[in-house]
Design a protein around this ligand. Structure first.
Ligand code: FEO
Ligand code: CA
Ligand code: CA
Ligand code: CA
Length: 621
């Protein structure tokens, strides 16, 4: 074919120094703007954000949520100056969300119904229209008809193998066709047909079962004592008003059957959720065929007409696995322009085969099918342990254990090189990998506090792949066994997390640092590299090493206390949108260079940041 196999992009900026200030840092010639921070109203029903935390639950239901994470820009015009930004809101900071800490008990649990509703409403997804103004700044279009929130309480449809399953039957949805809310929306994805994918990550922490537990609850780690993460199930009050709304987070069986209690409530969580941003008031759909676990993100592989679509999704927890879903339907490029977008989700995401990865020594690997006839390590098949595909999906991680998947150092985001089709995955860190757990070829470091980025190429069949490790995180001062990629001051990093390719073949790596050695030097950051340009004399792909490491360049540093996450670019490459999550003391100002005012008391606000060149040109090159 005539399509190039390597990018021609060349990074056109110098790597910036690390920084540890209450402001963002960008290369010379760039600006960064705060856009759509937590609490900014997006519909007429929400009041303006108040800096004393007194906005109520209804305000929060009509405003940007908290702790921005994955995001994507969906253009509304050819120039890409008008569009819809979808933003995940992963979790909350209760101290910043509420007026004071004094109305909470010693565990931080709220007793006010409105405050608990506000917490639930601060989770989920925001869809907000934004436009680029003549002055080069983006603005939120207030009360646009397409602006909307999906929260931890929004009704959503269940699709795929678990739709109408008896395991999804709840008092709210007696036929098992719906679930309430999406929680802990971390990484994201998008589809070739123009929908947004939001990923349910650490949802098990929102549920508790103090009675008889199921195998899948034990495997995924639903709590059996104490309270849930925010204690929503403990809220006291008159049952008429609120028992169903909050008590549903306690999934302890109490009735004779599932229609009398909340035992199946958690079974409606742990999925990839599809949203059509372009259709006002459209219902979100949970695509269960892609597995049920702590989904970090969801990324489709290089598209080929007449071939299946592959979606990749990592399970972010220590020693968990990497998955892919291969659609039964074959890609028809005309579907990119379909007007009924959710019908495309039905077509490509509801039927197919889910696989889990086994990384073997020597750079080869196998995708193990999680189907009834999929092989188990002991020479049997999954049908020896599961009655149906529904049951396999409900306990995806348990099925993957039996299949013999490789335990990884926390699979986070995945990204696909638009030129080579190579798939890159961040393995953020795993300080519990020790002598007792051992290492494996794909996770070769004990006490892996710096993390690494692994990559693979699909093989001839859907069950084969080949892999190598693209870069190892390290501090610049790390010894030869730690600093395996030869990083220096200008690209040292730890805990890679967010990961994305732009269409020019530039890969962007974001960090959620957990290593003091790097944290002493810099806040969380975003680096850039063009992997397909890194080839040896024979044209074979290279990894980052002492000779070429200068091609990995630091582009952005976030403010104190934050994590840098979420990536999207305007179609003309002139704006990068990213998220600043859990900043310590920010934003004071939209001016990246401004000093921290000495005596200013500010409630920190997670936010989108829009990065542009001061001359409006293409970013990164
Ligand atoms: Fe929410 Fe795995 O980061
Ligand atoms: Ca993450
Ligand atoms: Ca992380
Ligand atoms: Ca986070």
């Amino acid at each position: 074919s005539g399509s190039p196999t390597a990018s021609s992009a060349q990074l056109g900026f110098n790597s910036i120094a690390g920084s540890k200030i209450d402001a963002v840092s960008v290369p010379e010639g760039y600006t960064a703007q705060v856009l759509a921070p937590w609490g900014q109203p997006i519909t007429a029903s929400g009041s303006a954000w108040k800096d004393d935390g007194t906005n109520n639950a209804e305000d929060q239901d009509n405003a940007m949520g908290m702790h921005h994470d994955g995001l994507h820009f969906f253009p509304l015009n050819d120039e890409g100056t008008d569009g819809l930004l979808c933003v995940n809101h992963e979790y909350i900071d209760q101290n910043a969300l509420h007026p004071t800490g004094s109305d909470a008990d010693e565990n931080g649990i709220r007793s006010s119904v409105d405050q608990v509703r506000k917490e639930i409403n601060a989770h989920g997804v925001a869809v907000v229209r934004i436009q680029l103004q003549a002055n080069g700044e983006w603005m939120v279009v207030d009360d646009d008809p397409l602006n909307r929130r999906y929260t931890g309480a929004t009704t959503m449809d269940i699709s795929g193998p678990l739709a109408y399953s008896s395991k999804l039957e709840t008092p709210f949805s007696p036929d098992g066709s719906q679930a309430r809310g999406t929680l802990n929306n971390c990484g994201n994805g998008y589809t070739p047909w123009g929908t947004y994918l939001t990923c349910e990550e650490n949802w098990p922490g929102y549920f508790i079962n103090t009675g008889e537990t199921t195998a899948e609850q034990e495997r995924i780690g639903i709590d059996t004592s104490g309270t849930t993460r925010y204690g929503w199930e403990t809220v006291a009050g008159s049952p008429e008003e609120r028992v169903d709304e909050f008590a549903r987070f306690n999934v302890t069986p109490t009735g004779a059957n599932a229609s009398e209690d909340y035992r199946n409530e958690a079974n409606g969580h742990g999925y990839i959720v599809e949203i059509d941003p372009y259709t006002a008031n459209s219902r979100a759909v949970k695509r269960t065929a892609l597995g049920r676990f702590r989904h970090e993100g969801c990324t489709f592989g290089k598209l080929e007409a007449g071939q299946p679509i592959t979606f990749y999704s990592g399970h972010d927890s220590r020693f968990e696995y990497m998955y892919k879903f291969v659609s039964e339907a074959l890609w028809d490029p005309a579907d990119a322009d379909a007007t009924d977008r959710m019908a495309m989700g039905d077509k490509y995401m509801d039927a197919g085969t889910l696989y889990v990865a086994r990384f073997d020594a020597g750079g080869t690997g196998a995708w193990l099918p999680l189907t009834l006839d999929g092989a188990t390590q002991d020479g049997g098949v999954l049908a020896d342990h599961f009655d149906s595909l529904e049951d396999i999906i409900l306990n995806t991680a348990g099925a993957a254990d039996l299949a013999g998947a490789t335990p990884m150092d926390r699979p986070e985001w995945c990204a696909v090189d638009p030129f080579t089709g190579s798939v890159y995955l961040t393995l953020t860190n795993n300080t519990r990998r020790d002598e007792s757990t051992g290492t494996n070829a794909a996770n070769p470091r004990l006490n892996n506090k710096f993390g690494h980025v692994i990559r693979w190429d699909e093989g001839e069949t859907a069950s084969e792949f080949s892999w190598d490790i693209f870069v190892f995180g390290s501090d610049a001062a790390g010894d030869a066994e730690t600093n395996l990629s030869g990083l220096d001051e200008f690209n040292q990093f730890a805990s890679p997390d967010g990961l994305a390719f732009d269409k020019r073949g530039i890969m962007w790596i974001q960090t959620d640092n957990g290593a003091d050695e790097v944290e002493e030097y810099t806040n969380d950051q975003m680096l850039a590299v063009v992997p397909s340009m890194l080839t040896d004399a024979d044209g074979n792909a290279e990894t980052i090493n002492a000779a070429n490491q200068g091609e990995l360049r630091r582009f952005f540093v976030g403010p104190n206390g934050c994590e840098v996450t979420g990536f999207s670019m305007s179609p003309d490459y002139t704006t990068i949108f990213l998220s600043i999550q859990h900043p310590g003391n920010w934003p004071y100002s939209t001016d990246a260079a401004e000093e921290t005012p000495a005596n200013m008391s500010v409630r920190p606000r997670a936010s989108v940041v829009a990065i542009r060149k001061t001359d409006g040109g293409e970013i990164g090159v």
